[in-house]
Write a protein that binds this ligand. Structure first.
Ligand SMILES: CC(C)(COP(=O)(O)OP(=O)(O)OC[C@H]1O[C@@H](n2cnc3c(N)ncnc32)[C@H](O)[C@@H]1OP(=O)(O)O)[C@@H](O)C(=O)NCCC(=O)NCCS
Length: 160
């Protein structure tokens, strides 16, 4: 992994983070590719916080050593022992630098503080090439029954 997770830390997102996230989303298709087909667009920061809110999910802001928001993501628990990631996004000006590695490993470590898991999981539109490449590199594999569907479910074992 090119970006070491200890350059970054997670914290709960605040109103300013949701406003910043809005600046990262150029249009409705990008919003849906990121957050799923149900998300309305455009939204302002407070509306985005409300639209993303799910009682069972743990949203987290990834910040760098200066405290700047560089990525965002959520995790939640799926019985019996799966951690599912969602709404993963890296700041547009930081893409291609493998910040996704830090985001996913820190989200997984955060989840592990609450509950141990035997599977890490996420879903991705099959035509989201940048995301599919990143998850493939990180060792996520598509479940066979999703390979020919528009939305792939990917899984891997927990990080050591
Ligand atoms: C998907 C995403 C989280 C990947 O994060 P990342 O930290 O940029 O991941 P990587 O650095 O591993 O780059 C992954 C791929 O993005 C592409 N990429 C490289 N530079 C890029 C850039 N400047 N802008 C966009 N994509 C770029 C490349 O195809 C790269 O794969 P490669 O390194 O094998 O060539 C990020 O692209 C993103 O936030 N996309 C918008 C939101 C989204 O689609 N989220 C996924 C929801 S499931």
């Amino acid at each position: 992994m090119s970006e070491t997770p200890n350059r970054f830390r997670l914290r709960p997102p605040g109103p300013g983070d949701y406003a910043r996230l809005c600046e990262w989303i150029p249009d409705g298709p990008a919003a849906r590719r990121w957050a799923g087909p149900e998300i309305p667009w455009p939204l302002d920061g407070p509306e985005l916080a409300l639209a993303l809110y799910r009682e069972y999910a743990h949203p987290r802001a990834l910040v760098d050593e200066t405290g700047a928001l560089v990525a965002f993501g959520e995790y939640y628990f799926k019985p019996p022992a799966t951690v599912r990631f969602a709404r993963l996004i890296v700041a547009p000006n930081r893409r291609g630098q493998r910040l996704i590695d830090a985001l996913i490993t820190l989200l997984a470590a955060d989840a592990n503080r609450h509950r141990t898991s035997d599977t890490l999981e996420l879903a991705v539109f099959a035509d989201n090439r940048a995301a599919v490449r990143a998850y493939d590199r990180l060792g996520f594999v598509a479940l066979a029954n999703t390979i020919h569907t528009p939305i792939l479910t990917l899984q891997r074992a927990p990080f050591d």
